[in-house]
Ligand binder design. Structure first.
Ligand code: F6P
Length: 358
């Protein structure tokens, strides 16, 4: 008997269900022994507090295209994982106990950066763990791609496309704020796909005067509008120079809902232009996965299934240089993948006339 536990952790994204279905289909089609799947509810919370259900074929039927996660998810920050909960429960010990109580052969964790740190901890504690790279941010180290990213790029691009028509009608400056946490892959790709004139990403701190120069350059050429895509983590050159403590102090007294409103305020004060901000927010994580993500997540799931059958544990399944790879969890944990300001895509975007406000 093979017993496999599964959980989805952190912010959800498209294709979580497709990836779980991939694992299950691979195992059902190739295992030489009976298999039981246990789904932990709401991420690591389910493993800590023993909230799980046995999953059958029916649970995985028809979910290739379904957004969200059939298991539910939650954020259990890694920095709190070693701290006892409100009732004094040792979370790590509880997770181990529940794993052993169910006699699991493996835990499959679908998650992003913080969740992978916890997975690595459990692996170091002796559990058999395999992870799949999930996040719309595409910021997991060790893989060129994460599932959810391409679907989010599609949605964010649609938002920018829609803004284009209204921006051109009114001759306004529009800022579309795109998710991505502290990295710029999503705003960069959606911005390029949506024909943004200015893209502001955390990896390239902006100078507001350079942003204005670009708007004025467009005005001078007779372009009636400017589309700015700002990463939710965009940062000015001045703020980038602040120490962590100084920056936190600034944020504590921050009068804007987010960075885009600060940028909008500076542009309209300095130029008198009418500026509007659009924040698509969690829409970017919602709905069904795009075809790329369905295929990619299914492939990752199949690879994970094969690794379980081969008893290879302690890895994240990744995708590097167009090949599926096994990346040791200890190498992934705690590392962030960011946009390289000197990468080809940035150079090419600049050659297309896109300003990064620097
Ligand atoms: O990590 C995915 C993500 O959507 C980020 O892009 C964003 O910063 C964050 O999650 C939002 O988190 P929450 O869903 O907890 O508000």
């Amino acid at each position: 008997m093979l017993r496999i536990g599964m959980l989805t952790s952190g912010g959800d994204c498209q294709a979580l269900n497709a990836a779980m279905r991939g694992v299950v289909k691979c195992i059902y089609n190739n295992a030489k022994e009976p298999v039981e799947f246990y789904g932990f509810e709401d991420g690591y919370k389910g493993l800590i507090y023993s909230k799980f259900r046995m999953l059958t074929d029916k649970d995985f039927s028809g979910i290739l295209t379904r957004g969200g996660t059939i298991l539910g998810t939650s954020r259990v920050p890694f920095k709190t994982i070693r701290e006892p909960d409100a009732n004094g429960l040792d979370k790590v010990a509880a997770m181990k106990q529940n794993y052993y109580k169910l006699q699991l052969d493996c835990l499959v964790m679908l998650g992003g950066n913080g969740s992978t740190k916890t997975a690595n901890l459990l692996s170091e504690e002796g559990l058999n763990v395999i992870t799949l790279p999930k996040t719309i941010d595409n910021d997991l180290w060790g893989t060129d791609m994460t599932f959810g990213f391409q679907s989010a790029v599609d949605i964010a691009t649609t938002a920018i496309d829609q803004i284009h028509t209204t921006a051109s009608s009114h001759g306004r400056v529009f800022i579309v704020e795109i998710m991505g946490h502290k990295v710029g892959f999503l705003p960069l790709n959606a911005g390029m796909a949506g024909g943004a004139d200015i893209i502001l990403i955390p990896e390239i701190p902006y100078d507001i005067n350079k942003v204005i120069d670009k708007i004025e350059e467009r005005d001078a050429k007779g372009s009636r509008f400017t589309i700015i895509v700002a990463a939710e983590g965009a940062i000015s050159k001045e703020d980038a120079k602040l120490s962590k403590k100084e920056y936190q102090k600034k944020l504590a007294n921050y009068k804007f809902p987010s960075v885009s409103y600060e940028i909008a305020d500076a542009i309209s004060r300095k130029t008198g232009r009418e500026v509007r901000v659009t924040v698509p927010g969690h829409v970017q994580r919602g709905g069904e996965p795009c075809p790329y993500d369905r295929v990619f997540a299914s492939r990752l799931g199949a690879e994970a299934g094969e690794m379980i059958l081969d008893k290879e544990f302690g890895y994240m399944v990744g995708y590097k240089n167009r090949e599926m790879v096994k990346v040791p969890l200890k190498d992934v944990a705690g590392k962030l993948k960011t946009v390289d300001p000197n990468s080809d895509i940035i150079k090419e975007a600049r050659m297309l006339g896109i300003s990064f406000g620097d």
